[in-house]
Each structure stands twice: as C-alpha cells, then as structure tokens.
Design a protein around this ligand. Structure first.
Ligand SMILES: C[S@@+](CC[C@H](N)C(=O)[O-])C[C@H]1O[C@@H](n2cnc3c(N)ncnc32)[C@H](O)[C@@H]1O
Length: 430
C-alpha cells in the first residue's frame, strides 16, 4: 500500500505534506502568474438548494474558474461545513449520499464528540496541546470520528492569489455556526497572527489534512486537481510521532475522518498520528517536518543514537528494496514467502504499526502465490485486523485480503508466482 499515493503532483511550488504545511511555499506566492481578483457581486446569496448550501459572496476568479464560499450550517446535525470550490463541485458534493441521507449520522457513535471517556485534550510539554488516552486501548479501538470545518478545493491554491484566498477563508469561517467556529478559531497556529484572515490562514496551514477527491466528486474538467485541503478540528489536536499509536482514514460516504488505535495504548499515554509517510529515513522525515510544520522532531525514533539510527535507516532501505520485488510479477522477481516474512519482521522491528497491514498483505500474497493457502490466510486475517484500524473497511488491501480469506484458491494470487516461474522456465528450455 502507498499511504501517500493520493497526493497530487504539486510541481515545484507546493509542499506534499499529508497534513498541514506551507501550501504556497515559503514565499507565499501562487503558482500561476498574475491577474487580479474579481469580486462577483451578483453571486450574493444565491441558494443552490434549500437543503444544503447557502452560497455567499465573495466569489473570486482569476482568469479561469470562479470559486465561492459554500456554507451548509445544517450539516452533521447542525455542526456546519464550509467549502471553497466551484459551483460544479459544490453541486456534486450536495448530491453525495450524506447530503441526501443525513440520518446516517444517527448510527455513528461519538461523532464530533468534544469530550470522550477514551481521551482528553491537555497540554503536552514542548508540543502545545495534545490528546491523552484516559483508558487502555486495544488495536482497532475507535478514538474519534469527526466531520470537517472547512474543505478547500486544491484548485483554489493554483488559481487564486494569496490575498484572495485569505479573504475567502476568513469570511468563510464566519459562516460556521458559532460553537463550531469557536472550536476552529481555538486551534493552534505556528506562531501568532495579526488579524482575523491571517489567523484563519495559519490555523488552516497548521492543521489541514489532504483528502483525496475519490468518492467526493468526480474529476471532469481538464486540469482539475484531485484533493481537498481539509481541517478536522478535534483530530488536529493530535501531535506527530514517526511511530504513532493511532492512524486515520477518510470515509467519503460520511465525510468523516476516523481515528483508531493501531497498537495497544496505555491510559495516560499520548495518542499520536504520523503527519508524514513513516516509511522514510530519519533525515527525510526530519526535513519534511521542519519544512512543513517548523518543529524539530524529538519522537523516540528521531532521538535514537547514531548506531540505532543507521540500523533503522538500513531497515527502511531494505523495505523499499523488498517492495520493488513484491510489486514485480515478472518471472524474474525474487519475491518469495521468506521475503514476506522478512517484510513483516522489518515492519515489527521498525514499530511501523500504522503500516503493518502493508507487510501482512505482501506476506499473504506471497504465500498464496506459492500455493500455501493456510499461512496466506493467517497473514490475510492479520492484514484485515490492522487494515480496518488504519485504512478502514473500504481500503483496497482490506478488500483484497477479505477476498483471499474467502477462497484462497479462487484468488488472483493463487499459485501466481509458481505459474509465472514455470512458464519462465519452460520458455528458457524452449
Ligand atoms: C496539528 S497541530 C497539533 C496540535 C497542537 N499541538 C495544538 O496545540 O493544537 C500541529 C502543531 O503541533 C505541534 N507539534 C505536533 N507534533 C509535535 C511534536 N512531535 N513535537 C513538537 N511539536 C509538535 C507543532 O507546533 C505543529 O505545528
């Protein structure tokens, strides 16, 4: 699994962070050249449908598409949602299931909970606020599910000027219902901010997650980007660890970000997520965190001595080599079940609990590819258990492993390596 495969191609002017980051680069410059803001007065107060968006000025365009503030104060039982996007995308979002059937939220537990019997928010030395477990949690235990405050179409960052973006963000936040707006405005900024618009901008940069468009709206026009820059305020209280004990996934059906424990967490322990792809060497991790969030990483992995760091970096390099073999289905690939075992062990040694299901999935596929259905099923079950916590029930690895355990012999991977190699051998003999 590529946890970051959904990230758009930022070209040379964007960060590619999973959460937050200085989206317009340290210069604050937009990628597209020139052009001034055009305020579209006539767009004021147009209501797209009675049930959802209240469409408000200012709308902005800069020579291409027009972007407006779309606010839905009734969204998620009156919590509210604000989007900056085009009319076409707002229309598509409004047709998504959660807007048509908001009663789905009634079935969800602890949705948008500001307090919990599982965690509390408190000051963590050197990190500002953080989330602390208030009871022991097991792998797969639910921590929270949250709907967003704001969703900003990525095209906004490419097509509008920073001043236009800041104005729309600042005004858009004012359309959130008061309680929600206060929660948002209390979030952390890297540093202070002089006025409302710059404070809102810093909050967004410090706290946003990238959300893949898939399942939200379909890409239709040439040049449209694939992501949303999105703030889930309660989830943003979680601090970073390179070896986190929790992970998140976005469910496009309910527009929720969902957090679960990926390893046992003791009461009193801080609950953390990784802001970056955790499968990276120390120098790369530190550089990414410093560039995008401006804090020096002091998690236990980053704080190891030089010998332990070299051993960890060597394991990461070997994980990357093994991935290339597993993804190669040519007869010449060296992938074997033994290599799958090594992958599982490397992930365990690296404490990569949030990505563990990647290793279990490779091991299951290699055992099945070599005609070992029962060991394949064992690893597929482990991949499902860990994948449900980290990637969710619609994750492609989870779905593939559910197929495998149902009938290993009918799965596409059954004896695949053996068959390919036999063909290869017979070709060689011919
Ligand atoms: C998404 S917020 C996390 C919550 C934040 N601590 C708060 O008070 O609301 C991200 C910011 O928290 C701080 N932070 C997160 N993880 C950290 C860590 N491991 N060490 C130090 N600071 C951290 C940084 O200032 C970062 O820009």
């Amino acid at each position: 699994k590529e946890p970051l495969s959904h990230l758009p191609d930022f070209g040379s002017c964007k960060s590619s962070s999973l959460i937050g980051g200085d989206i317009l680069g340290s210069e604050g410059g937009a990628c597209l050249p020139g052009g001034g803001a055009i305020l579209l007065e006539e767009a004021n107060q147009t209501v797209l449908t009675p049930a959802s968006w209240r469409f408000s000025k200012p709308c902005m365009e800069n020579g291409k598409r027009e972007f407006c503030i779309y606010s839905a104060p009734d969204f998620a039982n009156g919590r509210g949602l604000m989007m900056l996007t085009t009319a076409r995308r707002a229309g598509e979002v409004e047709r998504s299931r959660i807007f048509r059937e908001p009663e789905i939220y009634a079935e969800m537990t602890n949705l948008n909970a500001e307090t919990s019997d599982r965690w509390r928010i408190e000051a963590v030395p050197g990190k500002g606020m953080g989330l602390i477990a208030t009871r022991n949690l097991q792998v797969g235990d639910h921590i929270m599910s949250t709907t967003p405050s704001v969703m900003i179409d990525y095209d906004v960052f490419y097509e509008l000027e920073p001043s236009q973006i800041h104005q729309m963000q600042g005004e858009g936040i004012n359309y959130l219902p008061e309680r929600h707006r206060n929660i948002f405005m209390n979030l952390s900024t890297h540093d202070g901010a002089e006025d409302h618009n710059s404070r809102v901008n810093k909050i967004i940069l410090t706290n946003a997650f990238d959300i893949d468009n898939t399942g939200v709206v379909e890409k239709q026009e040439e040049g449209e980007r694939e992501s949303w820059y999105t703030v889930f305020p309660e989830i943003s209280r979680m601090n970073h660890d390179c070896r986190p004990n929790a992970d998140y996934y976005f469910d496009s059906e309910t527009f929720t970000h969902n957090i679960h424990a990926v390893r046992p967490i003791a009461a009193g322990e801080e609950i953390t997520v990784s802001y970056i792809d955790p499968v990276q060497a120390r120098a790369e991790r530190q550089q990414r965190l410093d560039t995008s969030w401006h804090f020096p990483c002091s998690c236990s992995l980053c704080a190891q001595n030089a010998h332990a760091t070299a051993a960890s970096d060597a394991r990461i390099a070997q994980i990357e080599q093994l991935r290339r073999q597993f993804r190669d289905y040519e007869p010449s690939s060296q992938a074997t079940p033994g290599m799958g075992e090594l992958m599982v062990s490397l992930f365990e040694q690296e404490r990569l609990w949030s990505s563990m299901y990647e290793a279990y999935t490779y091991a299951a596929l290699e055992y099945n590819g070599a005609g070992e259905p029962w060991i394949a099923s064992k690893y597929a079950r482990l991949a499902i258990q860990h994948g449900l916590a980290a990637g969710g029930p619609k994750d492609s690895d989870v779905l593939a492993m559910q197929d495998l355990v149902r009938d290993p012999w009918a799965h596409w991977s059954w004896m695949l390596r053996t068959k390919r190699r036999m063909n290869w051998n017979s070709n060689v003999e011919a």
